[in-house]
Design a protein around this ligand. Structure first.
Ligand code: CTP
Ligand code: MG
Length: 440
């Protein structure tokens, strides 16, 4: 069967290329379109009872349905996508009619204006969007027109690697050499970078994010892409802080982050997304190396750019970060130089442990772990993650039972006992501590 197919393809003057990890078998080169067949286990695993029912419905009505965009990219990379978007030639009205008559529930009708219908089957949501052309864009939103032309829909997407479709039989439809770019680890805009960016300025940050995800090494950009980013960076001023923060966070914990943040400064992007004017790029370089493989929070990495507290406040004003993120940034800035390991001590972690016990704040443990990542203390981090915060075994009630009745005295004794307990490396138990009371 495979040989027959091979001969057929050769006779037709089509290319064949070897089986790859992601299970791609055949490549047929036409004018623009490159198609091939995907048979990977990740792809097969998408076929839940819900998807099978949806596929049957669309097939019965003869509306073509394909997986679109990011999910195709992930599948070709051998990954199971987190969320799967579907595209179809059916209009929202046709989909609604079809789902209604089949008794399929539809939810979340907010997307309909842009062609998206969400069907809910077997406790799974399916977001299905009608093929579309963005007729008017203001750099943030688009007015759309529906189409039945798959290539036109691919053309309005941001990056070539995000512009592919996958038929439910595994056929890949690739109009802009996205698969080739994915294999060569290249991130390119579909068509003209300037046009794609002006349709939605957030795409500047999406470019950086996908660069961090796909590219093998830093600095591998097409010159006209960088030029287009620089010329259009000011468009980011009109993008909401929340959207920017979502992208920026992913960039901060992706690959090549040091390179990408430098690029943000070189291309004038930094200024429009709330980063400090004179970000500390040297410290960023050091910290981004320190945190490698330690799974830092995005804020931990970002804090290394900040020199003064005001930098965090300004970032918050622009991006509306969470209170927890803001506090983490402020905490790391305050303690990055003064809370350090005990050098030449058998207990290098002790200053951090003491800090946690003294602070009595519930999330201090996790902040200290972030500080250790920031400082590149991998071994101490491991130790800290395995350490469970001991609780002080004595209460005022215990002292009262021993005959100490004045509140003030209880407070003083408790503090003294806390100090003893701390000195013992939190080893002394209740009995041992209470013996000390007689001596105090
Ligand atoms: N500004 C944007 C956002 C999205 N898209 C298109 O819409 C698809 C789905 O968008 P989204 O889910 O936001 O991103 P993904 O590429 O799927 O990335 P992720 O894995 O992070 O979801 C993208 O692949 C891309 O084709 C686009 O062209 N321009
Ligand atoms: Mg997605």
């Amino acid at each position: 069967m495979w040989c027959q197919l091979f001969l057929q393809r050769c006779r037709a003057g089509l290319h064949l290329f070897p089986l790859t990890q992601s299970g791609v078998r055949v490549r047929i080169q036409g004018r623009h379109l490159v198609t091939m067949k995907l048979e990977s286990p990740e792809f097969q695993s998408l076929f839940t009872p819900g998807l099978k029912s949806i596929a049957e419905l669309f097939e019965k009505e003869k509306y073509e349905l394909r997986i679109a965009g990011g999910a195709v990219r992930d599948l070709l990379n051998g990954m199971k996508p987190q969320d799967v978007d579907f595209a179809t030639v059916a209009t929202p009205t046709q989909m609604k009619e079809m789902f209604q008559s089949a008794g399929v529930r539809m939810i979340n009708n907010k997307g309909e204006k842009h062609g998206t219908i969400t069907a809910r089957l077997h406790e799974q949501n399916f977001e299905i969007t009608t093929l579309r052309i963005d007729v008017v864009t203001d750099g943030r939103h688009a007015e759309v027109e529906f189409t039945t032309d798959w290539e036109k829909d691919a053309e309005r997407r941001d990056l070539t690697i995000n512009s592919m479709f996958l038929g439910l039989d595994g056929t890949l439809f690739d109009y802009f050499r996205g698969y080739e770019d994915l294999k060569n680890k290249r991130v390119r805009f579909v068509g003209h970078a300037t046009q794609r960016i002006q349709e939605d300025y957030l795409r500047i940050l999406r470019y950086f994010r996908f660069y961090g995800r796909v590219a093998e090494k830093p600095g591998d950009h097409e010159p006209n892409t960088l030029e287009a980013i620089k010329k259009n960076a000011n468009g980011l001023a009109g993008i909401s802080g929340e959207r920017i923060w979502v992208e920026l966070k992913k960039i901060l914990v992706g690959n090549h982050v040091n390179h990408l943040v430098r690029l943000m400064y070189e291309l004038d992007v930094a200024h429009y997304i709330g980063l400090p004017v004179n970000g500390s790029l040297e410290e960023f370089d050091k910290v981004s190396k320190n945190v490698q493989n330690l799974f830092p929070k995005p804020m931990t990495v970002l804090t290394s750019l900040f020199k003064v507290q005001d930098d965090v406040i300004k970032l918050d004003l622009r991006l509306k970060i969470s209170k927890e993120e803001k506090n983490l940034g402020l905490f790391i800035m305050k303690h990055r130089r003064d809370l350090i390991k005990a050098i030449d001590s058998p207990e290098p972690l002790k200053p951090y442990q003491d800090f946690i016990i003294d602070s009595r704040e519930p999330d201090m443990n996790s902040r200290i772990c972030e500080l250790l990542k920031y400082q590149g203390e991998e071994h101490l981090l491991k130790e800290m993650q395995e350490w469970s915060v001991p609780s002080f075994p004595i209460s005022g009630h215990d002292l009262r039972k021993m005959g100490i009745s004045s509140g003030k005295e209880i407070g003083t004794v408790l503090q003294q006992l806390r100090d003893q307990w701390k000195k013992s490396g939190y080893q002394m138990d209740k009995e041992e501590l209470l013996t000390c009371v007689k001596k105090v």
